[in-house]
Design a binder for this molecule. Structure first.
Ligand SMILES: CC(C)(COP(=O)(O)OP(=O)(O)OC[C@H]1O[C@@H](n2cnc3c(N)ncnc32)[C@H](O)[C@@H]1OP(=O)(O)O)[C@@H](O)C(=O)NCCC(=O)NCCS
Length: 316
């Protein structure tokens, strides 16, 4: 996480909002912002990856594949995963970026796990990183209160017991009404003086529409994955939800029949860091996770993309 904090009090001085509204409607108190002008998503992703390699005492040369989930790559191309590969000195790895907004980490995780299961890769780095402050309009109170910057990473390896990813549900429904998108900078609306002056390089969101879809979507896939794996609330050790809004997280936990003490929530500290929310939860709770714990990961985001993963934690 970047050091710099952007609190609700700070936002009160920038747009017409207040701490009480933000806390009660979203659960957010502060977010982190990467201020250094010469640093972006590759930097944060590299830091997260380096920490995990040090922790496992593994050299970067052992990595076969790097998958980076992000919607804020350093450049449109080359892929930011390539920059991270170079920063790490992961000479034997190939890498690519995966764009699925807030569900990017879930999609990347199952893609990496499938590469391990097929035997094509032995060590896969899956990173979720976003510098949301680079595409947020700090004059738009409906979006600037929600997002923050950050990165998280996991290292996937084969297990020889019953731990790992047991099941997943991934869904997509094209958001052709564009309720959540960044209008310019792509091939349809390339950057021009007009796109800049019209502020089209920033996130636009119809919050109410997305909220309704997210509440139903995330709860549905979380309940469905429990049901089809015969899991009761007692069997689930942790819900690891995407952190977009505390009310969406609560609705999902309620639907699953889970008490609050089984739900990872750090939205108060970081806001919505898009692809980084789920690995950041795993990081913050890593000392409490035990071998064999049943985890349900769940997300909903732009695209629309959503999904859940049932995994059995494989280390102490
Ligand atoms: C953005 C979000 C927090 C807004 O909360 P909400 O309860 O839906 O609020 P609404 O948009 O209905 O706005 C309610 C009122 O608060 C006002 N408001 C909006 N933003 C505000 C802010 N930052 N501060 C104060 N008031 C604000 C609105 O203008 C509106 O006023 P009105 O009733 O006079 O018209 C919520 O819709 C949300 O979380 N959406 C989904 C986000 C998400 O999951 N994204 C997908 C993954 S990235």
């Amino acid at each position: 996480m970047p050091e710099n904090r952007l609190t609700n009090d700070d936002l009160e001085k920038m747009v017409d909002t207040n701490d009480e509204w933000i806390r009660t409607r979203t659960g957010i108190k502060e977010r982190r912002i990467l201020k250094d002008e010469d640093k972006a998503t590759a930097f944060m992703g590299t830091q997260a990856a380096k920490e995990i390699l040090e922790q496992r005492d593994i050299s970067a040369e052992e990595i076969d594949l790097i998958i980076l989930a992000t919607v804020t790559p350093d450049y449109l191309f080359p892929a930011t995963a390539c920059l991270i590969q170079k920063n790490l000195g992961a000479e034997n790895a190939y890498g690519f970026d995966l764009s699925a907004a807030c569900s990017g980490f879930l999609y990347a995780l199952t893609t990496g796990a499938n590469m391990i299961e097929s035997g094509r890769a032995r060590k896969v780095l899956v990173i979720g990183a976003d510098k949301m402050s680079s595409i947020i309009d700090y004059t738009d109170r409906s979006t600037c209160i929600l997002f923050g910057d950050g990165a998280g990473a996991v290292l996937l390896e084969a297990s020889d017991d019953e731990t790992g990813i047991i099941d997943y549900i991934h869904k997509t429904e094209g958001d052709t009404d564009l309720a959540l998108y960044q209008p310019a900078g792509g091939s349809l609306n390339p950057s021009s003086n007009d796109t800049v002056s019209d502020r089209l390089h920033f996130v636009k969101q119809d919050g109410r529409t997305v909220f309704k879809k997210a509440t139903v979507g995330m709860a549905d896939v979380s309940a469905e994955i429990m049901e089809r794996n015969n899991l009761t609330a007692d069997d689930v050790a942790w819900l690891v939800p995407h952190q977009a809004n505390l009310r969406i997280i609560d609705a999902t936990a309620n639907r699953m029949g889970l008490d609050n003490d089984k739900v990872m929530v750090n939205i108060d500290k970081y806001g919505n860091t898009t692809a980084a929310t789920i690995p950041l939860c795993l990081y913050d709770w890593k000392d409490e996770l035990e071998n064999g714990d049943n985890l349900i990961l769940a997300s909903f985001g732009g695209g629309y993309t959503w999904g859940s993963i049932y995994l059995k934690w494989g280390m102490n």
